[in-house]
Design a protein around this ligand. Sequence first.
Ligand SMILES: [Zn+2]
Length: 155
Amino acid sequence: MTIHLGKPDYKCSKCGEIFFPYKIDIECPNCGITIPSSEAKNYFDSIKEIAKSMKIHKCLYGRFVPWSWSYANTGDHIQDLLFQLFDLLEAKKPKNEEKFITETLENDFDWGDKEYLKKHIGNIAVDLLPIYNGMIKNISAKEKLKINDSYGIPF
Ligand SMILES: [Zn+2]
């Protein structure tokens, strides 16, 4: 079972680009306008939800990128890129994780005409780091079993 954030795409009212306005006073990563909390509040739990999906995937698939992943919206794409990034982080085990995130997003991903996503994903990834280091990196065997029980057959 894969865990999708399942939030509708948020489109910047000024430039029209899509991203997660996941915290108070966040600026559009493309044009820089500040997003009003009234529009962003449904996204404030995004980091927590992404962390949850990472943890579940890790237990079911042994990695963050699941065996198959469907794309219904830009949010699914953003989630997928974060999974890829954190799988690389796990494989390389860099001493400086923030630096690794910045460099990997700069050098190993192709952004095409979505350059703004590099910054956006970098910001989300850095905000995910404490949760990753706290509750995802070392999942106990007991918790793994519980997640496997709850989420069943891994498709
Ligand atoms: Zn914008």
